[in-house]
Design a protein around this ligand. Structure first.
Ligand SMILES: [Zn+2]
Length: 267
């Protein structure tokens, strides 16, 4: 079970220690405990809108302090809704001021090193953490609807297999808070792309609209690769249903802040 914890007022979701400890540790931030105000209140870790950059930097420092991380160890992906992943090393840390130093052209990061902290930023999209306990590799994945459609989680696992020999049985996975199928209503053009790829799987039609279970698709990708269900923790906490605790792009009409997930290898 993932559990909420609070340090210095910063509320965090400590992700699936049952699965990740002691080889790795992972967290997901909530919106509680930062310095931002208004739509970004308060632990905003997104630079997408016009929250003051100094507020976002301060929030990153507060979150890192609460997790016991050195902010200079963070690595970011650019996150442009691709299905690409990058293998990163200690050479990739502290490339610039937080998100400004993101690895370009990718939405997923993989490392086999102890030291780098991989991050994933979301506000409805699906954050996914992977840990291959056998080969000592971790990954952080941003699976928005496009990334989910193009199976970024499966592609990241396949990359881990080619790099390290990762098999499903070696992997523990956590699927973080994200928008639920009830809240993720889409128009036919988006639904049509999913139908072309997956049929009516994880899709419900309601009148002229459709609802897609993005986290369900991610679970299918994990189990499709062979990750045992007992080694997967799916939070199934809806960001749009819980705007008291999470930022939601959809529920807050596109003008809101964002959370960040963090994972690092410990040994
Ligand atoms: Zn919901």
């Amino acid at each position: 079970m993932s559990q909420y914890c609070e340090k210095n007022g910063v509320r965090l979701l400590s992700v699936a220690p049952r699965l990740f400890s002691p080889e790795a540790e992972a967290w997901f931030t909530t919106r509680v405990g930062g310095v931002s105000t208004g739509a970004f209140s308060s632990l905003n870790l997104s630079t997408r809108h016009d929250d003051a950059p100094e507020n976002v930097e301060k929030n990153f420092l507060l979150a890192c302090e609460a997790m016991g991380l050195d902010s200079r160890d963070l690595i970011f992906a650019q996150q442009k809704h691709t299905a690409e992943c990058a293998l990163v090393t200690a050479r990739d840390v502290h490339r610039g001021r937080f998100i400004a130093g993101a690895v370009p052209g990718v939405d997923a990061l993989i490392t086999s090193e102890i030291g780098p902290v991989l991050t994933v930023r979301t506000a409805d999209c699906v954050p996914v953490f992977l840990s291959d306990r056998r080969h000592g590799a971790i990954a952080a994945i941003h699976s928005g609807w496009r990334g989910t459609l193009h199976a970024i989680t499966l592609r990241t696992l396949e990359r881990m297999r080619s790099e390290f020999g990762t098999e499903g049985i070696d992997v523990c996975a956590a699927v973080g808070p994200c928008i639920c199928a009830d809240c993720f209503e889409v128009d036919p053009p988006v639904a049509d792309e999913f139908i072309a790829a997956y049929g009516m799987k994880r899709l419900v039609r309601t009148g002229p609209k459709y609802h897609i279970d993005l986290a369900g698709h991610v679970l299918d990708q994990l189990t499709g690769f062979g990750v045992p269900e007992t080694q997967i923790e799916a939070e199934r906490i809806c960001t749009a249903h819980h705007t008291d605790l999470y930022f939601s792009h959809r529920a807050e009409h596109g003008y809101t802040g964002g959370m960040c997930g963090f994972i690092r290898r410990l040994r």
